[in-house]
Every structure is written in structure tokens, then in C-alpha cells.
Design a protein around this ligand. Structure first.
Ligand SMILES: O=C(O)CCC(=O)C(=O)O
Length: 269
């Protein structure tokens, strides 16, 4: 029997070209509402199990206000693993990056609570000891969302400028990257309303962020999965965040090793 989410879809060449030029793209209807209904519940249960004690929103810093973040849910629950390791998602990631095979780096649930703050501008790959490696983040809402609940915004084409230094998500990354976006003349686009099961994909270097969640009642429930070229080699970590990620997501490995620990299985093909 075919496993859930193993039905593959083809990405049209225009979408691949847009992703490669602009650093991001939207794929509508990547998962059906029936598929999402099941995994949404499993992801919420796993999020509850992994959740730490959160302070009230007003007592958190800018990063803490942006979302409740829980990582590697697929290791916590075999049904979430069906979702995060789904061939359907892995194939889209491989097609967009133009590689034959991808591994998972990690998944993460990002719940922006009602009244939750904006997500400052940042580049994902500055956290990862994967310099020079093709990486992509899939970002999928598990409920229908409108832009004022915090759909992503992207600085179009900003992946072309690569690493801009170790700038963690913070007021600093917001200020520095905002000024860089202006000086480079990058157009900023925000994704419109999305249905549960639609997904955006963004390049590891594409500068992105999100507004706060203006809803007073509804959490922006999002699940993300990060994929990278399965043949990648780990780069020498050159910042505390990359040291930390190396120990967390490539346990037992070091710079120069194949980026293939026991928690980075090949997802596609
Ligand atoms: O969900 C958000 O607000 C930000 C997500 C993000 O930056 C990412 O998935 O790379």
C-alpha cells in the first residue's frame, strides 16, 4: 500500500525557474485538506509534549514573541515522521534545487499565537554548518491563514548575495537586513492568503520574515521541513550558532564529514 503523502507530484519548469531566480516560490495544494487534518492533530500533540514552559507573550524578547518553536517532531512521533519524511515534499525540494536526492536537516513547528509578534528579517542558512550547500525550507500552514496572521515575506532575489554574517533572529537582524534590502533594491513581496496544505519553499540564503499575528483568536499553525542536497559535506563551523547546530543536527559528526548522521535520512528518492 502507498504510504500517506508518497503520491508524487511534478513541479512545472516555470516554478523551478522562478524559485531559482527569486529564491522562493509558492506551491498550492501540496497536501490535501484530508491529509492535513490528520497530521495537524499529530503535530499539535507532539508540540504539546515537547513544549517548554512559556512566559506570557509580553515578557518574552522579540524572538520569543515571534512564535512557539519545537523541533524534530518526526523523532517524537512516527506519524509525524510520515509527514516530515514524505517523498512528495522531498521531491519538490529536490526539483526546485535541481539535485537528484535530498536529506532532512530538521523539521519544526512554528506556532504564531494570537497577538504574536513579527518575525524579524533573517537568513536561515547562517545557522547551519552547510556553507555552499543547496538548502531549502518548506513552510506549510496547517490551518487556512490570511496575510495579517503572518504569511512569510521575502526579499526577492536576495539569495544571490549569500552569507551576510552570523545574524540571529533579533532586532539587530531586522535593522541590518532591512537596510541591506534597501541598499540592494530588492523588492519585498508578502505571500497572500494560504490554505492548509499550500506551501512556500525558500532558499537557505533568501532574506525573509513575517508580520505578527493580528488575529485575536487563531494561532498561525505552521510546520516546516528543511531539506538539503543529500551529497553535502559539513563545513567547518565558523560561529557559535553553527557549532551549536553541528552538535544538534549532525550528532557525532564534524566539519569535513559527509552530512549524513542517523537523524538525516535520505527523504527522496
Ligand atoms: O514562521 C515564521 O514566522 C518564520 C519562519 C522562518 O523563518 C522559516 O521557516 O525559515
Amino acid at each position: 500500500m502507498t504510504k500517506a503523502l508518497d503520491r508524487l507530484i511534478d513541479v512545472d519548469p516555470a516554478t523551478i525557474e522562478r524559485y531559482q531566480n527569486e529564491g522562493w516560490t509558492l506551491v498550492t495544494g501540496l497536501a490535501t485538506s484530508d491529509e492535513i487534518a490528520n497530521y495537524r492533530m499529530k503535530i499539535a500533540q507532539s508540540t504539546d509534549r515537547l513544549a517548554k514552559n512559556y512566559k506570557p507573550l509580553e515578557e518574552r524578547d522579540t524572538y520569543g514573541k515571534a512564535f512557539i518553536q519545537n523541533m524534530n517532531l518526526w523523532v517524537d512521533d512516527p506519524e509525524v515522521a510520515e509527514y516530515s519524511l514524505a517523498k512528495r515534499f522531498g521531491k519538490v525540494a529536490a526539483d526546485l534545487m535541481g539535485v537528484s536526492s535530498v536529506r532532512i536537516y530538521h523539521d519544526q513547528a512554528l506556532y504564531k499565537e494570537p497577538g504574536g509578534g513579527p518575525t524579524p528579517w533573517h537568513q536561515d542558512q547562517q545557522y547551519w554548518p552547510l556553507d555552499g550547500v543547496k538548502c531549502v525550507t518548506m513552510w506549510m500552514p496547517l490551518v487556512d491563514i490570511t496575510p495579517d496572521m503572518g504569511t512569510l515575506k521575502f526579499a526577492v532575489g536576495s539569495q544571490t548575495i549569500g552569507y551576510q554574517g552570523p545574524l540571529n533572529i533579533s532586532d539587530d537582524s531586522e535593522a541590518q537586513l532591512e537596510s541591506l534590502i534597501h541598499s540592494n533594491g530588492f523588492e519585498v513581496v508578502q505571500v497572500g492568503s494560504m490554505q492548509a496544505g499550500d506551501a512556500t519553499f525558500h532558499d537557505g540564503w533568501c532574506i525573509h520574515g513575517a508580520p505578527g499575528n493580528g488575529s485575536t483568536t487563531t494561532t498561525r499553525e505552521v510546520m516546516t521541513v528543511i531539506f538539503y542536497d543529500a551529497d553535502a559535506v559539513i563545513s567547518q563551523p565558523d560561529s557559535p550558532q553553527r557549532e551549536n547546530d553541528l552538535a544538534t543536527w549532525f550528532p557525532g559528526l564534524k566539519g569535513g564529514d559527509a552530512a549524513a548522521s542517523r537523524i538525516n535520512p535520505v527523504v527522496y528518492p
